[in-house]
Design a protein around this ligand. Sequence first.
Ligand code: FMN
Length: 193
Amino acid sequence: MTPRILVLPGSNRNGSFNAALAAAASLELAGQGADVSRISLADYPLPLVDENLRNETGIPENAVKLGRLIAAHSGVFLCCPEYNSSIPPLLKNMIDWVSLITRDGDRPFKPWQGRYVALGSASNGKLGGIRGLYHVRSVMVNVGTQVISEQCAVSGAADAFEADGRLKDERTNAMLANTCKSLIRHCAMMTAS
Ligand SMILES: Cc1cc2nc3c(=O)[nH]c(=O)nc-3n(C[C@H](O)[C@H](O)[C@H](O)COP(=O)(O)O)c2cc1C
């Protein structure tokens, strides 16, 4: 069966480099045979995680929608901006809300559980946001996903993308292709089992 992969940039900034990386990853994943959905968190606005809010009004509908979407895919490709060497609040907040989901109606439901996750980052700096991925990896393992070893960091991001959305640099492109290949391979094993 064709693996279904959700591609999700952790930035809503106009002209976001990570949204550009998400577009490049989507092209690569589709080219390698995956069934790809790419979303924007701008379409799923969420309040800051707040346990009082959770206890009073429940998990926000957009978090539930995201949870269902995540669970409908075997893999997730996260494109993560680096903020002060770590995970940006937009992404962490979304991950946290989805991690609080335990039920959908009367059935137990943990959307992150068992998903395969690939990480990418893009920054105009020299390191391409790779330091932040250490933290994202740790968070994603904690919520129950299986994060693959391969990852892709895009440095000099302002000048890294071709007009058609692909990466200009051959080595970075190979890193992205390899990350996508591994994610698809892991997801295919999951789909087959
Ligand atoms: C609060 C804050 C902290 C940042 N810290 C880092 C950093 O540690 N390393 C880095 O490479 N870029 C850092 N940046 C710059 C981001 O990489 C840059 O804003 C990037 O464009 C964000 O990703 P986006 O283009 O997908 O929105 C920081 C930006 C902000 C707003």
